[in-house]
Design a protein. Structure first.
Length: 108
């Protein structure tokens, strides 16, 4: 066993992910939109936000909207492509002081 055998970056503890049922938000260019689920992925690194999004989309009904709160720029950049691969619609991405909010609608 080497001196650094105890250290494994893959075994880092990820922050807890909060799943919240939200109500409505006013999306630019879209208007009042009912949010079925909201996932707080702040502090999570790629690919965890994408994996959580895929998991949540699998549990949602057609036309439901998912809000993802994220502070990882690489993860946020990947959501439009992820939406296309999941046959979802990327509604918008909003920049906030401490990250982004990404909105996806299940179904094309």
């Amino acid at each position: 066993m080497g001196a650094l055998s105890w250290w494994n970056p893959l075994r880092r503890q990820s922050p807890p992910v909060e799943v919240v049922v939200a109500t409505e938000v006013d999306l630019p260019g879209i208007g009042q939109t009912r949010i079925a689920q909201s996932v707080d992925c702040r502090g999570a690194m790629c690919p965890r936000p994408q994996l959580l999004t895929m998991k949540m989309m699998g549990k949602m009904n057609e036309d439901d909207v998912l809000e993802i709160r994220c502070d990882s720029a690489p993860a946020v950049e990947g959501f439009p492509a992820l939406a296309a691969s999941l046959q979802c619609t990327h509604l918008c991405t909003l920049r906030e002081a401490h990250g982004w909010r990404v909105y996806l609608r299940k179904g094309a």
